[in-house]
Design a protein around this ligand. Structure first.
Ligand code: PLP
Length: 329
């Protein structure tokens, strides 16, 4: 007997003790970008609305990660990291504390804002120094930190990206496939999503293949190749497929997983560029808020496809991964 998409998602959720942190399914809608010359149909999947605690793409991953333990959480990220903020907000909703280890990076006003929230939410916070000597001294602090608490900390990886976190987006893609099956939107030819630590895009690509859809997941690279080489993505994909099989489900074969990396839309991590600024403006006119590190660069790649010389394969789907932080905290 073949299981329904909903049943497969439920099986994965139960087997891995997924906790509920969000409101799903997130909405899908057709959008029009008034400023571009293209008749490609463009759709959006609004994961900005994934949670009342804090939306965006981290909540799906955290539902699986935080389901693995009840210990306080230790996590990592650059200053102003959405991931650290999301982890602290969701852990707090489960009455768990978050300790954070942060590394310096280029700071926009948006990063500054998120950073002030992180300082209020997390304890302790260790900000690593950029200088190698000071850094070496701090490593000891971090190791000490990891041993504290009655049972120590649960380690939450940077970006919430591990095979278990990636299952959140496998389930996310199954959710999209169910919306397609229900006639809410056509099968997208391509899904555009940022490539930061990879959990979001790899999970979506696996989930679409599990649903038997021939959609290509286009992962728009916002981090340098050195920070996330292809081998890490292959490892992540293999590990996630292993977890799916361990739960007694049919994992798709690698050749059915349509995943591609789009380079050239982000010269420097967290630093914007004219195409991203333009995409941000066009999206804002359509009522969609983006930020410069991930989502604006991803929208820029979608726009380049929609307006390119060759007639684009369509419909295109923009997977919104950004949610603004709560104004009051
Ligand atoms: C963290 C983040 C991403 C990165 O997703 P990965 O799963 O790490 O590739 C994308 N978009 C936004 C808005 C984020 O905050």
């Amino acid at each position: 007997m073949t299981r329904s998409l909903e049943q497969v998602a439920m099986d994965l959720s139960q087997f891995y003790h997924r906790v509920s942190l969000g409101t799903f399914p997130t909405p899908v809608a057709r959008i029009s970008l008034a400023g571009i010359k293209s008749d490609a149909r463009i759709w959006i999947k609004s994961d900005d609305k994934s949670s009342r605690i804090y939306g965006g793409n981290k909540s799906r991953k955290l539902e699986f990660i935080l389901g693995q333990s009840r210990r306080p959480v230790l996590t990592f990220g650059p200053l102003g990291s959405h991931h650290v903020y999301a982890t602290a907000m969701h852990a707090r909703a489960l009455c768990r504390q978050t300790a954070a280890v942060l590394v310096p990076q280029h700071m926009t006003p948006h990063h500054e804002l998120v950073h002030t929230k992180i300082l209020k939410l997390c304890s302790p916070v260790v900000t690593l120094s950029a200088s190698p000597l000071a850094l070496a001294a701090q490593v000891g602090n971090v190791i000490e930190l990891s041993k504290r608490g009655p049972m120590g900390y649960q380690i939450c990886p940077p970006g919430g990206t591990s095979p278990i976190g990636t299952l959140g987006y496998v389930v996310g893609a199954l959710e999209l496939a169910a919306q397609i099956a229900a006639g809410q939107l056509p099968v997208p030819a391509k899904i555009f999503v940022p490539l930061g630590t990879g959990g979001t895009s790899v999970g979506i690509a696996i989930g679409m293949a599990m649903a038997g859809l021939v959609t290509e997941t286009v992962a728009v690279r916002v981090v340098p190749e050195l920070a996330l080489p292809k081998i890490s993505l292959a490892w992540l994909m293999a590990g996630t497929l292993r977890l799916i099989r361990k739960a007694g489900l049919n994992a798709p074969s690698k050749k059915d997983i349509r995943f591609s990396i789009r380079n050239g839309f982000s010269k420097k991590y967290a630093v914007t560029n004219p195409a991203a600024d333009n995409a941000m403006q066009l999206a804002r006119q359509a009522g969609i808020e983006l930020e410069t590190t991930y989502s604006a660069k991803t929208m820029a790649a979608l726009i380049a496809d929609a307006t390119g010389a060759a007639r684009p394969l369509e419909p295109l789907l923009f997977w919104q991964t950004f949610a603004d932080v709560a104004p009051s905290l």
